[in-house]
Design a protein around this ligand. Structure first.
Ligand SMILES: [Fe+2]
Length: 515
């Protein structure tokens, strides 16, 4: 409100002749005037017309001027409006009360016209500065808020861009704000439209509007005034609008920010503000794109690494299996014992609740239990008859040889293989070999393989015996619980009879087919 710019001034006085007198004086100065005859109509006019200045008599019929002043000052929407109380010379204490209630000024009645005009000019000038200050504060507050929102654009969400649109809409007093991605000659894509409740047809109209097309094509700001209906018709939007391009660091247009339904008195800094915001949004969009690309690259590399690791693990497991198989062929005709041992040991480890990592390791390490037989002569391994005590002592050494083959490795698989190779012939009651360990002094993996090795040896053909029927094998395993084998493991093993029979049938069948 510049000091000589026309203001809307509310005159509140019960006396019509006095109102008329003030009206003439103020209109002569170029101001517009509205009137109120009592407190009620005064408050209605303040909220309905938003006057730039209020001249109010102390003695209103229903409410005193001081009370009206208090009500205006206690309302966030009206507290900033300059308020001049007009009171008789004799109402000195009332004038003081009015100042305490927040009145901008007090004037004596009857008014001296020249003095009243001079005071109105002074208040108008002061008020204009106040309005400008509040406008600048509002701009700074919104820019700060938008700047904070932009910090998260690297993982931008629709809600975040919607917040941006809301803040920008508030800043420019626009009805809608759209953030679009697009390049010259390519159809734009709506990144965000505020408010989100905008009808799809409205969004479609925005995307296809000449305003957007022109900004993306020319890379220059556009302002269409709220009262320029001819240009609005040509733009296809029928509203006032202001739009600016979003530029990449290279200077290429990558999108646009457009505010629609802009007011007739569009903020004179609108383009400047929007250009600043577009610069920031452009940086954040590029940052987000780079970030997404980076994530894709990391993801691709991670996938390659996982595949390479899986391939390495497969090759590693294959090597172990073939090594164990090479030893097994010296003892038996096929590798079926190894495969069944692996399956039974894995099932038993799962049944007794070993961690998944240990379960996974035992599926391979169990196949290495007899790896030490590589150091035992063929004539002993393949001897059809009973071994002499001396021969048996030699064969027992396969546990120690197996542990020596695997010892001092940092690989968890070989560490477990060492424990199994050394401990799979140790018995629960301490009567086993090579060290006569008992109970839980024997590693759990070795106790598991002891159960599955005894069972599978019974259901397999050997140079010195025929395979037992599976039910008899189950019965024998039950009998040696607590002497040879860990009774808790035997219970768990016998609790899986049906599944074990299925595996034995499956692997027995496949082996016979392979022969
Ligand atoms: Fe063995």
């Amino acid at each position: 409100m510049p000091d000589r710019a026309p203001c809307l001034i509310l005159i509140a006085d019960v006396d019509p002749s006095y109102r008329q007198l003030l009206r003439w004086a103020l209109e002569e100065e170029g101001h517009r005037v509205c009137e109120a005859t009592d407190g009620d109509s005064c408050l209605r006019a303040i909220h309905g017309k938003s006057p730039d200045l209020i001249l109010c008599d102390l003695r209103m019929p229903d409410t005193s001027g001081i009370e009206i002043c208090r009500m205006i000052r206690s309302d966030q929407a009206t507290r900033h409006i300059p308020f001049i109380l007009i009171a008789e010379e004799s109402d000195r204490s009332a004038r003081l009360s009015a100042i305490e209630a927040g009145a901008t000024d007090c004037m004596r009645k009857p008014l001296e016209t020249a003095e009243m005009i001079a005071r109105v000019r002074m208040i108008a000038r002061s008020n204009a500065l106040d309005v400008e200050l509040r406008r600048q504060h509002r701009i700074i507050d919104n820019l700060l808020a938008i700047s904070t929102l932009c910090q998260g654009y690297a993982d931008a969400s629709t809600r975040m861009f919607s917040d941006f649109g809301r803040r920008t809409g508030d800043l420019l007093r626009a009805g809608q704000v759209a953030v679009l991605l697009g390049r010259r000659g390519k159809p734009p894509e709506m990144l965000s439209c505020w408010p989100l409740r905008a009808h799809p047809q409205v969004m479609e109209r925005i995307l296809n509007s000449r305003v957007v097309g022109q900004i993306l094509s020319d890379g220059a700001p556009i302002v269409i005034a709220a009262d320029d209906s001819a240009t609005q018709r040509r733009s296809g939007l029928n509203t006032g609008s202001v739009g600016v391009p979003i530029l990449a660091h290279s200077g290429k247009v990558i999108g646009a920010i457009v505010a629609f339904e802009t007011p007739a008195d569009l903020d004179r800094d609108a383009v400047r503000i929007l250009l600043t915001l577009a610069q920031r949004v452009g940086s954040e969009i590029q940052l987000r794109d780079h970030s997404e690309r980076l994530e894709e690259l990391v993801s691709e590399h991670s996938r390659d690494l996982v595949e390479a690791k899986e391939a390495l693990e497969t090759a590693h497991e294959e090597t172990i299996f073939r090594l164990a198989l090479a030893v097994e062929y010296r003892d038996t005709d096929t590798g079926i014992h190894l495969r069944r041992m692996s399956r039974f040991s894995t099932m038993l480890a799962q049944a007794v609740g070993l961690p998944q990592t240990a379960v996974s390791l035992i599926s391979h390490a169990s196949m290495m239990h007899d790896i030490g037989k590589i150091g035992i002569p063929d004539q002993l391994l393949r001897k059809p008859g009973k071994l002499t005590p001396e021969e048996y002592e030699v064969v027992k050494q396969h546990t120690v040889f197996g542990a020596q083959i695997c010892e001092a490795s940092e690989a968890p698989l070989l560490q477990m293989s060492e424990r199994i190779a050394l401990g799979h012939h140790e018995w629960w009651d301490g009567s086993g070999y090579p060290h006569g360990r008992r109970g839980d002094k024997i590693p759990i993996e070795a106790r598991i393989v002891a159960v599955t090795d005894v069972f599978d040896a019974l259901i397999s053909d050997r140079p010195y015996k025929r395979a037992w029927p599976i039910e008899e094998a189950f019965e024998h395993v039950g009998k040696v619980a607590a002497s040879q084998l860990d009774p808790m493991l035997v219970d768990a093993f016998l609790g899986m009879r049906e599944r074990i029979q299925e595996v034995a049938r499956e692997l027995g069948e496949s082996e016979r087919t392979a022969r």
